[in-house]
Design a protein around this ligand. Structure first.
Ligand code: ADP
Length: 478
């Protein structure tokens, strides 16, 4: 069993109030570890440490920061198996997915480190001969990162690696459900040579108290959040008081369009890979599958056949593709969405049942047809393994249906028609568009949403830019 404290100013320490809490394995309901239950006093110490460490860290050369991040990448990759196991134990996703996530998490560290060396300003020609215009890039200062449980490693590295690359110091608050992966990760960064105070970690169960303290502190100049749109809006309002810079990566309600000319086998494989990853608990999972009328029956059959083969169970077991849902609330929401759809006329083609025992909750991978717009499932994020299939007639109608959402994170479509591919990609109101690609996320590309799905981008040079201020220096030569 893992036991962790808070990591503040380069050392592990108990929470100020001495409290700890138990971390549960969602596949068994058993305790897998303990983490410190931090509160306001701990957050204040963490911010102080980050603030103190800022001048030295931001004063290092880009090369020095890049070298440390490169060593952190090596540490993470060489501990991939251990991190993956911790992740599956506390989060539930299949071990193969955890291994994939650890590599994805490490990739942000490698990429951001390399980008540290390419943070460049510019000179702009002045309007008179006796002036010079310089533009400098500088780190914003102390950054706070608040992360969710569905990607316990990569949501952290996607924030702290670009922050560190830019020269910022950070305070991280991981999700209450998955602190152990975060603790082990932070330990590895430290072993790689990240100095005391540069990364501080506060775990805990009182998210709003921790959040408030971070948001109220004027030394915190940036908040980077991944989680629900609901909490994102709270943080956006709180950030207004001290006008912090904000990056928000919020909910999604991704459409997946299958046009009549698509390769149906391939499209169904991608829908399965996209929809059922992490038991449907990702913000870029397809929530609405729109199929062109003439191929709808055939496509639903193929999709149902592939869905039937997915093995459900404990993610530590070989061959398991669908792990447990994170908790009872999550299971209740999925169940409610399926029941509401069925009550309003949807047909369950495969799956459809919640399987709960004590505090362990699974939901069978499910395909629904005869779905319509009145159903909750087409409006709210389900965050579970349910694929609702609806039909469309024309390209224009498909685009309208896809865009008809307050969310705008990711959208996908399958077609062999090049002109259509370009037309549709340009018209979709989403930050990420997968054209014949159901899994586009990668460390070097910009990840983020339109509309209520968020603000800002993570990944590649876009991710580093979010942690930089632009300073204009005007020089008179007279
Ligand atoms: P999810 O539905 O994925 O759990 P949340 O938005 O509830 O999404 O949680 C994402 C992260 O935000 C978690 O680390 C959670 O503890 C934190 N969080 C939840 N409520 C608040 C809040 N009021 N202030 C700050 N952080 C919060």
């Amino acid at each position: 069993m893992e036991r962790y404290g808070l990591f503040i100013d380069g050392a592990w320490r108990p929470a100020e109030n001495g409290e700890t809490y138990e971390v549960l394995n969602p596949a068994t309901g058993k305790v897998v570890g303990q983490s410190a239950d931090g509160s306001e006093a701990d957050v204040k110490k963490a911010v102080e440490a980050a603030h103190r460490a800022f001048p030295e860290w931001s004063g290092k050369t880009a090369r020095e920061r890049a070298d440390i991040l490169r060593r952190a990448y090596d540490q993470i990759v060489s501990h991939k198996e251990e991190l993956a196991k911790i992740m599956t134990l506390e989060q539930g996703k299949p071990l193969a997915e955890s291994r994939g996530e650890v590599q994805y998490a490490a990739d942000f560290v490698e990429w951001s480190g390399e980008e540290a060396k390419r943070i460049c300003g510019e000179t702009i020609p002045a309007s008179t001969p006796d002036k010079r215009i310089w533009v400098h890039k500088q780190p914003v200062g102390v950054a706070a990162a608040i992360t969710p449980w569905n990607f316990p490693a990569s949501m952290i590295t996607r924030k702290i690696a670009p922050a560190l690359a830019a020269g910022c110091t950070v305070v991280v608050k991981p999700a209450q459900q998955t602190p152990l992966t975060a603790c082990r990760l932070v330990e590895l960064f430290h072993q790689a040579g990240v100095p005391a105070g540069v990364i501080n970690l506060v775990t805990g169960t009182n998210a709003s108290a921790i959040g408030n303290t971070l948001l109220e502190d004027e030394r915190v100049r940036k908040i980077s959040f991944t989680g629900s749109t609901e909490v994102g809006k709270i943080l956006m309002k709180q950030a207004a008081d001290t006008v912090k810079k904000i990056s928000l990566e919020l909910g999604g309600h991704a459409p997946f369009l299958i046009f009549g000319d698509a390769d149906l086998e391939q499209a169904a494989d991608e829908v399965v890979a996209n929809k059922f990853r992490n038991a449907g608990q990702t913000c870029v999972c397809a929530n609405r599958i729109y199929v062109q009328e003439e191929i709808a029956d055939r496509f639903s059959e193929i999709l149902a056949e592939k869905t039937k083969t997915l093995k459900m169970g404990n993610g530590m077991e070989e061959g398991v593709k669908i792990g447990p849902l994170i908790d009872g609330d999550a299971a209740a929401k999925v169940e409610q969405h399926v029941k509401d759809a069925v009550d309003k006329g949807a047909k369950v083609v495969v799956g459809g049942r919640r399987i709960s025992e004590g505090n362990v909750h699974f939901f069978e991978p499910t395909v629904l047809t005869e779905v319509n717009d009145d159903m909750l499932i087409l409006e709210e994020e389900t965050f579970g393994p349910v694929a609702p299939v609806q039909t469309f007639r024309t390209e224009k109608q498909a685009i309208e249906m896809a865009n008809n959402s307050r969310y705008g994170l990711a959208a996908y479509f399958y077609t062999k028609d090049l002109s259509r591919a370009i037309r549709v990609a340009e018209k979709l109101e989403f930050g990420i568009v997968g054209v014949n690609d159901g899994v586009p996320s990668t460390a070097q590309a910009p990840f983020g949403g339109f509309k209520e799905s968020g603000l800002g981008r993570e990944g590649g040079r876009y991710g580093v830019e979010e942690f930089l201020e632009t300073k204009y220096i005007s020089i008179g030569l007279k």
